[in-house]
Design a protein around this ligand. Structure first.
Ligand SMILES: Nc1ncnc2c1ncn2[C@@H]1O[C@H](COP(=O)(O)OP(=O)(O)O)[C@@H](O)[C@H]1O
Ligand SMILES: CC(C)(COP(=O)(O)O)[C@@H](O)C(=O)NCCC(=O)O
Ligand SMILES: [K+]
Length: 260
């Protein structure tokens, strides 16, 4: 029972085809496209795939982009299904003031992260940093309750904001340095440490509030750039959103039916 997972962020669409809608399923194919290029998926990479039996996704890029994805999905006999953040799902409780206003990518990544931790040891508090177009930093307590999270600009948005708001900041990407001595390095390091600092603050808040060191997970397209600059070890997980979509699909579909 093949399962197509789709994560549409503000920069790229990521997709993965699995052999079943359950955690631990075998990955059959995957890819990522910038949003400008998604209109060729049906005649490109997706043309070679076997028909998926189920599809579940999350989209934060708006309704116009969602419609463009639906057009590509028309090559298959498939009902597209998109996660809406809810009060609870797959073992997590949503502490947001208005649960449905929480970005579904954040909710799905937390579900993936919680199950990632539970599969490896006892329940403990959790910090999930997702570094994409924007950066989000979530806290889930040991009981599986989403307590709250931060949203801040990602690297690209920070740099574009500085470029457009000043006369003298138009320089190529630099290196991350502790003591930057040129504009490029100063900008790159400033953005990186702004993110690292916000994440560190959340870890401190969680440690104080929960009285236990949280498990720290990082994901998102730019996660690998951040990992070396963190103040403490963060486990870099490629695909927390796909892991979360597999969990949700498995919970919604129930246990596999025995063949008659
Ligand atoms: N190979 C890559 N292609 C595109 N973006 C990349 C790549 N590697 C890192 N990035 C960074 O990741 C960010 C996009 O990450 P992604 O998780 O796709 O974001 P979103 O989910 O918001 O669409 C970009 O801002 C870019 O800085
Ligand atoms: C915070 C986000 C913009 C992150 O988007 P991304 O970086 O993944 O493209 C997205 O999760 C979103 O639009 N959230 C809705 C607001 C909220 O979560 O409170
Ligand atoms: K995302």
């Amino acid at each position: 029972m093949t399962f197509l997972a789709i994560d549409v962020g503000n920069t790229r669409l990521k997709w993965a085809l699995y052999d079943a809608p359950r955690p631990g399923a075998t990955l059959l194919a995957h890819g990522a496209e910038f949003l400008d290029h998604i209109d060729r998926l049906a005649e490109g990479r997706w043309a070679q795939l076997p028909q998926p039996q189920h599809m579940l996704g999350c989209v934060v890029a708006g309704d116009a982009v969602r419609r463009r994805v639906h057009e590509q999905l028309e090559i298959w006999d498939l009902t597209p299904s998109w996660v809406v953040s809810s009060a609870q799902e797959a073992g997590l409780v949503n502490g947001y003031d208005h649960p449905s206003r929480l970005g579904p990518d954040r909710w799905v990544a937390m579900i993936g992260a919680r199950h990632h931790v539970l599969a490896r040891g006892p329940a403990r508090p959790l910090v999930v940093a997702m570094v994409g177009t924007a950066v989000t930093v979530e806290c889930v307590d040991a009981q599986g309750r989403f307590m709250g999270g931060l949203i801040l600009p990602g690297h690209g948005i920070m740099l574009r904001a500085l470029e457009s708001g000043t006369a003298g900041l138009h320089v190529p990407t630099g290196e991350v340095r502790r003591f930057p001595t040129n504009t490029s390095d100063a900008l790159t390091s400033g953005g990186t440490y702004a993110i690292a600092g916000a994440v560190e603050r959340m870890v401190q808040h969680v440690s104080l509030h929960c009285g236990a060191e949280p498990a720290c997970l990082m994901t998102g397209g730019a996660g690998w750039k951040m990992a070396p600059s963190m103040t403490r070890p963060f486990e870099l997980v490629d695909n927390l959103i796909f892991d979360g979509l597999l969990e949700i699909a498995a919970h919604r579909l129930g246990p596999p039916q025995a063949k008659p």
